[in-house]
Design a protein around this ligand. Structure first.
Ligand code: GAR
Length: 205
């Protein structure tokens, strides 16, 4: 059984979408074994308790350095024998401590068509830019801010009367449909990162 950790800082609707998708599979071959959360008030914690996923709450401010913070996370990932990490609204840059161990085994979800609108509030950035289309990207995590190799993207049209709430809702709908499928494929090795290239073994490329 492949053991997956989900990292989240907020509401956790994508975590829950992954749980629902996985629960509906007859023989998933992976399980969500841990939630790592850096915000003690985050909604994802209550969701994880309902699904009976163990939660590791770890606050950055309790550590002098980012390295010490990530060492603490890494120790827990090792203890729980975590094979694969899916970031789902985890609002911190991943540092070298975690990357060294999980590069190629850690993916992120971002609410824009990268490389457009990286970083914070991608929905607000798209609205402010007057974009007619934005979307969702799933990519491998590297040392940059939302810069790693892209695995999947899906567009979301922006209507003239969209505001932050309505556009966020549309983006979340697409995320909830897309991300759980990609998490499954990457966790099971149906999609892999091979010398910096995203490959789907068995498919012609
Ligand atoms: C999602 O829209 C995700 O794409 C975004 O945070 C939201 C989390 O929602 N992630 C980022 O902006 C990362 N740069 P959720 O807590 O309801 O899953």
């Amino acid at each position: 059984m492949v053991r997956v950790a989900v990292f989240a800082s907020g509401n956790g609707s994508n975590y829950e979408a992954i749980m629902m998708y996985t629960a509906a599979l007859a023989d998933p071959g992976y399980e969500i074994s841990l939630v790592v959360c850096d915000q003690p008030q985050a909604g994802v914690i209550a969701r994880a308790l309902r699904w009976r996923t163990p939660v590791f709450v770890v606050e950055r401010r309790r550590f002098a350095t980012k390295e010490a913070f990530e060492q603490q996370i890494l120790a827990r990932l090792r203890k729980d024998r975590i094979d694969f990490v899916a970031l789902a609204g985890y609002m911190r840059l991943i540092g070298p401590t975690l990357l060294q161990e999980y590069y190629g085994r850690m993916i992120n979800l971002h609410p824009s068509l990268l490389p457009a609108f990286p970083g914070l509030d991608a929905v607000g950035q798209a609205l402010k830019a007057g974009a007619r289309v934005t979307g969702v990207t799933v990519h491998y995590v590297d040392a940059g801010m939302d810069t790693g190799p892209i695995i999947a993207q899906q567009a979301v049209p922006i209507d003239g009367d969209d505001d932050h709430d309505s556009l966020s809702r549309k983006i979340h709908e697409v995320e909830h449909e897309l991300y759980p499928r990609i998490v499954r494929q990457c966790a099971l090795g149906e999609i892999i990162l091979d010398q910096g290239q995203v490959r789907k073994p068995g498919s012609q490329r």
